[in-house]
Ligand binder design. Structure first.
Ligand code: UDP
Length: 247
């Protein structure tokens, strides 16, 4: 087995990964698929923390456009991430990966409270930690939660699992000519228009604290596993690289 490149990772999984062939909500098969991808790196003894999104159920911005107060809508979004977290915890345990759900919003009957030291302890003991409710405050998204928790938990990298295989200069789902960046400097990631890596808040926090971000496709060609083995997969965003396209 190749020695993992990273000791501890933060994996941001968007809610859409849980949707499967449905148009809304949680598909158990999809949750199992996500869990199986995680198991492949868990068995390499990589410590894994996961921040799960809620976009398959509810996003605050969409709710507020329909007239719900933004703060209320964001709390609804955070609750959606707790549902996804429960589904993912269940899926991981079904395939014998010990997992603990922690929530930034207190609901002790459902999930442990997010306690940083306890999250670290879980990972040290070989449990995957799923962090729900993002930061626990409104007006941000789970991307920001992932960046914040990655820093707090001293992760080596923040891996963002998306629908496409990295960051492109145009939307690759709409334009087949779109070119993938192999590396992307944080400054360019923030300043270039039309390029979305993560929320600006998440990017700024990662840039300031030199937390590298890898953007990859969770469901393609063992990308997660290969990234852990040290292959240059997807797009690597850092202060220490020049912006370059992949071959
Ligand atoms: N949210 C929030 N604060 C946080 C994290 C999430 O208010 O720290 C809310 C926000 O409304 C967001 C929703 O929860 O739209 C679901 O999260 P997100 O949109 O990040 O999910 P994803 O796009 O990753 O599936």
């Amino acid at each position: 087995m190749t020695k993992p490149r990273f000791r501890r990772i933060m994996l941001k999984v968007g809610g859409e990964a849980m949707i499967g062939n449905r148009t809304y909500g949680i598909d158990h098969e999809a949750a199992l698929k996500v869990a199986n991808k995680i198991k492949k790196i868990y068995v390499k003894h990589v410590q894994v923390a996961i921040v799960i999104g809620g976009g398959n159920i509810f996003r605050g911005v969409a709710g507020s456009k329909k007239g719900i107060d933004r703060t209320a809508a964001d709390y609804m979004g955070m609750l959606a991430t707790v549902m996804n977290g429960l589904a993912l915890q269940d899926a991981l345990e079904k395939i014998e990966v010990p997992a603990r759900l922690q929530s930034a919003l207190q609901m002790p009957a459902v999930a442990e409270n997010y306690i940083r030291r306890r999250a670290i302890r879980h990972m040290e003991k070989g449990r995957v930690v799923i962090l729900a409710a993002g930061t626990g405050v409104p007006y941000v998204t789970t991307d920001t939660g992932a960046a914040l928790h990655a820093l707090e938990l001293h992760c080596d990298v923040l891996m963002k699992a998306t629908k496409v295989a990295g960051v492109y200069n145009q939307d690759p789902l709409k334009n087949p000519q779109a070119k993938r960046f192999k590396t992307l400097n944080f400054k360019d990631a923030i300043e270039m228009t039309g390029i979305t890596v993560m929320d600006t808040a998440a990017l700024a926090m990662s840039q300031e604290n030199s937390m590298p971000i890898m953007v990859l496709k969770l469901f393609e060609q063992n990308q997660l596993e290969r990234a852990i083995d040290g292959e240059e997969i997807g797009t690597y965003v850092s202060n220490n690289v020049k912006t370059e396209f992949a071959e």
